[in-house]
Design a protein around this ligand. Structure first.
Ligand SMILES: Nc1ncnc2c1ncn2[C@@H]1O[C@H](COP(=O)(O)OP(=O)(O)O)[C@@H](O)[C@H]1O
Ligand SMILES: [Mg+2]
Length: 369
């Protein structure tokens, strides 16, 4: 069902994105590292899951969203759950996989009920590289790639005790059967995390396949809603569909949530627009507030407030200076803008800056201060 609110796992539930799906699959089949980038709720997890299931290769899926200050145990748990899921899914290969994984230091596995234990301290503690070596051996045993997918990989930067760039470079150079898939909503952060653009990085100069999700055009948004409603046999007036398509800025996640609300409460469909806008705006507000909380400079709040409409570099800078009553040097100002661009909160087109997503624009308008 197109309006199912969980990440999609089958192509039949995906709206379009055929080209992106093919590109993603091509990357995963052939190149050591594939990035899947795009702002939140544009369908990265869905695309990744469909690609993984269609390719049919063994894969380990890690949801890397951790707390702001993860502990060794938090990371061990992510590995634990992803391996339990991997083993549970792999029916024909289960014995081989368990056998290989049991040899990895710090991993113990019991079968019924299935449980993986990761020990993160002591002599026999878990080593990520050993796990990747074992997965590579599984690939070599069966003569197929093994995919390791880190969803929202920029979050791994909080796992400060592992040098992931080195781990990835090691995989790139030595583990012929491993394919890495890294998704990221905070695109600049993801690039900085894997550090491909720096000459000093162990990944510098390597080919990395990049696929992006995107916002739907207005026509596509209309088409998506119409197809979705037709699929569930719900009739919604055209003007309601048009109104919804225009407010959600082509973000497929919000369109889906709206569609699902209408499907569940047919009589109050037009009110669903308001309801979903409210949820969306509240969610965006929380995200923006969380971001602002982690920043010492009050200037971010001011810049965001200015960027609910499109403005040029000098316009933003002049306004900020007017508000503060003093001049700000270019370098400092550029750093602020770069941070916001890196996080994909704002975007730059034709030399003008604006908050990327219309829902976040609304959220910022409602923020105090
Ligand atoms: N191509 C698609 N067709 C239909 N629904 C989709 C599609 N892509 C994403 N969705 C829906 O949008 C929401 C967000 O998708 P998700 O894959 O979690 O995005 P992301 O990982 O980029 O945040 C989910 O409810 C999902 O079901
Ligand atoms: Mg996701």
């Amino acid at each position: 069902m197109l309006f199912d609110v969980r990440p999609k796992e089958r192509r039949s539930d995906l709206y379009d994105f055929e080209r992106e799906l093919e590109e993603l699959k091509r990357g995963l089949e052939r190149t050591p590292i594939t990035l899947l980038i795009g702002v939140r709720r544009t369908g990265k997890t869905s695309l990744l899951k469909v690609a993984l299931s269609e390719l049919g290769y063994p894969y380990v899926y890690l949801d890397t969203r951790v707390s702001t200050n993860p502990t060794y145990r938090d990371f061990a748990n992510i590995v634990k759950y992803s391996l339990e899921d991997f083993i549970a899914r792999s029916t024909p290969l289960r014995r081989k996989i368990v056998e290989r994984l049991r040899r990895v230091s710090g991993i113990s596995i019991s079968i019924s009920p299935l449980s993986v234990n990761i020990s993160w301290r002591g002599d026999k503690r878990f080593e990520l590289l050993e796990l990747f070596n074992a997965l590579n051996k599984i690939g070599s045993d069966i003569g197929e790639p093994v995919i390791i997918a880190f969803d929202e990989a920029q979050e791994l930067r909080r796992i400060t005790w592992i040098d992931f760039t080195r781990v990835f470079a090691y995989i790139y150079d030595n583990l012929e059967y491993i394919r890495l898939a890294l998704t990221g909503s905070e695109i600049g952060l993801l690039y900085r995390f894997i550090n491909v653009n720096s000459g000093e990085s162990p990944l510098y100069g390597r080919y990395i396949h990049v696929v992006s999700t995107r916002r739907l055009s207005l026509e596509e948004s209309l088409d998506f809603l119409e197809k979705g409603f037709r699929e569930v046999g719900v009739i919604v007036p055209r003007h309601v569909i048009e109104a919804a398509a225009s407010v959600f800025g082509g973000i497929i996640g919000w369109l889906t949530l709206f569609g699902y609300n209408c499907y569940m409460n047919i009589n109050t469909c037009s009110e669903s627009i308001e309801k979903v806008i409210k949820i969306a705006v509240e969610t965006a507000k929380r995200e923006v507030e969380n971001f602002l909380k982690t920043r010492r400079s009050e200037r971010y709040r001011v810049i965001l407030k200015l960027l609910t409409i499109e403005r040029s570099w000098s316009e933003i800078k002049n306004r900020l200076e007017d508000i503060e009553g003093r001049t700000i040097n270019d370098k400092t100002f550029n750093e602020l803008l770069t941070t916001l661009l890196n996080l994909s909160i704002i975007e730059k087109t034709n030399n003008k800056y604006i908050i990327a997503d219309p829902i976040t624009r609304k959220a910022v308008e409602e923020l105090v201060g």
